[in-house]
Design a protein around this ligand. Structure first.
Ligand SMILES: Cc1cc2nc3c(=O)[nH]c(=O)nc-3n(C[C@H](O)[C@H](O)[C@H](O)COP(=O)(O)OP(=O)(O)OC[C@H]3O[C@@H](n4cnc5c(N)ncnc54)[C@H](O)[C@@H]3O)c2cc1C
Length: 232
């Protein structure tokens, strides 16, 4: 797969290992770009090493300020290691399209991706509830005001970690194929097959003894509207 230059590099790499070397024009070191990529994500991949080797684990994530947050059971191997300060590499990626060129070589993909290096820090007990509120708001804004919040035992059983966004880089490819001049006349379809993660109609779980209100909250209605729009 080839990588052609479509986006000029923005900003300055925060460290030698975040300097994009291949297709450096696609690098973006701006905070706003990083935040936008992270805020579009529900999941990141956390890579770390232990005595069994190198691992890369998908997990839910959310951003608040200058940190990326993850959470889970206190028993999680990944969270235990990360809480101890293990060096990690976290990635987030959105696939925006398949790029079909006239030659096999120049096929590519459009994407927005981010990579963050560093060590997670443990979110202190007194900040856990607010951090989980932010997570719920990331999933569905306003839901935090409706659900039963975590009780003392649930909060105690949950580890929340945050990774500073100090050492991070984004890389983005947009646009069509970059065919060789000599191939432009070939009778081959060329272009982009766009891809997107899109909402589908909400699926309500049957109410149990009237526990679930009939009228859906605004964020569910908005989801349904987006689903209807994108299905056309
Ligand atoms: C979309 C998504 C969101 C998730 N969100 C969270 C979250 O918010 N918090 C959380 O704690 N966990 C989450 N998980 C589960 C997470 O991927 C891990 O399974 C979990 O954190 C346990 O990690 P561990 O290292 O303790 O697992 P262990 O059970 O100790 O892992 C042992 C081995 O099991 C295999 N394994 C573990 N997880 C996976 C996996 N997901 N897929 C395939 N093989 C696997 C690997 O070989 C791994 O080395 C999520 C998973 C997905 C796919």
């Amino acid at each position: 797969m080839s990588e052609t230059d479509t986006v000029a590099s923005k900003g300055t790499p925060p460290s030698p290992r975040t300097r994009v070397r291949r297709m450096a024009e696609r690098a973006d070191y701006e905070t706003a770009t990083l935040h936008a990529i992270l805020d579009d994500a529900y999941v990141c991949h956390v890579a770390f090493a232990d005595e069994r080797g190198v691992h890369c684990i998908p997990t839910a994530c959310w951003r608040e300020g200058d940190h990326l947050y993850i959470h889970g059971s206190n028993g999680s191997r990944m969270l235990k290691l990360a809480a101890e300060g293990a060096q990690c590499c976290v990635t987030v990626m959105h696939l925006d399209g398949l790029v079909l060129a006239r030659s096999a070589f120049h096929h590519s993909m459009n994407y927005r991706s981010a990579m963050i290096y560093g060590a997670f820090e443990v979110v202190p007990a007194e900040q856990k509830a607010a951090a989980l509120d932010a997570f719920l708001n990331h999933i569905a804004r306003g839901r935090v005001n409706e659900v039963r919040r975590g009780d003392r035992n649930e909060l105690a059983a949950t580890t929340i970690l945050r990774l500073p966004l100090d050492e991070a880089v984004s890389k983005i490819r947009t646009g069509g194929p970059s065919d060789d001049e000599a191939d432009l006349a070939l009778p081959v379809w060329a272009g982009v097959l766009p891809l997107a993660l899109k909402p589908l109609p909400p699926e309500r779980v049957a109410a149990q003894a009237g526990e679930c209100p009939d009228d859906a909250p605004d964020y569910v209605k908005a989801w349904a509207q987006r689903a209807a729009l994108t299905s056309r």
